[in-house]
Design a protein around this ligand. Structure first.
Ligand SMILES: [Zn+2]
Length: 319
């Protein structure tokens, strides 16, 4: 499945997606097998993303509250029953997965992505408490986006980095939707990884210069917009995590993708905002997390950026 073409100075290795290969029965059978394996890997990664999206905000908020108390020389906060305290280990691995209602430890057969949810009929095997449907949904969506990335880029040096980017974007979207913040623990490593990958000169679409310019332009453009917003409205308009996320997208996709990404994400975000007010009767002052729209647009541009950039540039140039 490896398929490379050598190009000019800035494009030493070019990945060719599976859909661009000549169609033969041999390739089709290998493609189906590769995509099936990708889907299963995606399901398992989705199971892990569920853990990260649930636990990372708790860890982040706990550490942040602790730092604030230390900075302000305040006493420890009163401990609520069942709350996490410093003498209790809590990270992505510990404690092992358990039912939040009855503390039943989840057995391996109860932890098979998507399948276990249906085997258990969406209920805890011990206390019959409902298992939220978003867990199998996250696993299934991760399977689908993994297949899309492998189908688009084939197998090559960039496949794993692009998958890490995709899984990170999805995790950020989940965390921002539920907690309204984007943790530095994900945005910053993704940003630096994007610049590092560009520095290896593997990506024919984005060279190091375009990547660094994209990272700087991504951060400063939203920072400047927020600065103007604060001058006029006397409050923050965009979360600082969004600056870093946009910067990371610039590092991976190049500065050329930033304008279409911001236009696309803010248009879809605005439409969602209006629909939320009308259909869900949300207050018009309720803040809407921007991260899911940015990450969604970033993923779309990862897969179809070349075509969309051409379309966008042609549109701007009146062609
Ligand atoms: Zn239970």
């Amino acid at each position: 499945m490896l398929c490379y073409a050598h190009g000019e100075r800035n494009a030493p290795v070019r990945l060719i997606g599976l859909h661009q290969m000549p169609i033969t029965n041999h390739i089709i059978s290998h493609t189906v097998m590769l995509l099936s394996i990708s889907f299963v890997v995606g399901l398992c990664i989705g199971s892990f993303l569920n853990v990260v999206a649930y636990r990372l905000p708790i860890i982040y908020q706990h550490n942040y509250a602790k730092q604030c108390r230390e900075f302000l020389s305040l006493n420890e906060a009163p401990v609520k029953e069942g709350a996490w305290t410093d003498d209790r280990v809590f990270n992505l691995k510990t404690p092992s997965s358990h039912c939040p209602s009855c503390n039943h430890r989840i057995a391996p057969w109860e932890n098979i992505p998507v399948i276990s949810y249906f085997l258990l009929k969406g209920k805890c095997s011990s206390c019959k408490a409902k298992i939220p449907a978003h867990y199998p949904c996250v696993e299934f969506i991760t399977g689908i986006i993994t297949v899309l990335v492998v189908y688009s880029f084939g197998l090559g040096w960039l496949t794993l980095p692009f998958l890490i980017l995709t899984w990170s974007l999805f995790t950020l979207a989940l965390i921002d939707s539920n907690n309204q913040f984007l943790p530095d623990e994900i945005t910053l490593p993704v940003l630096w990884l994007g610049i590092f990958i560009s520095s290896l000169d593997l990506n024919s679409e984005v060279n190091l210069n375009e990547s660094v310019t994209g990272a700087i332009a991504g951060y400063t453009s939203l920072w400047f917009f927020n600065f103007l917003y604060k001058l006029v409205r006397k409050k923050e308009g965009i979360g600082h995590g969004d600056f870093k996320l946009f910067s990371a997208l610039g590092a991976w996709l190049g500065w050329q993708s930033l304008l279409p990404i911001i236009v696309f994400s803010s248009t879809v975000g605005s439409i969602y905002g209006v629909l939320a007010i009308i259909l869900l009767r949300k207050d018009k002052f309720t803040p809407i997390p921007f991260g899911p729209f940015l990450t969604g647009a970033g993923f779309i541009f990862l897969l179809w950026g070349e075509q969309l950039n051409k379309f966008f540039m042609g549109f701007l140039g009146g062609q």
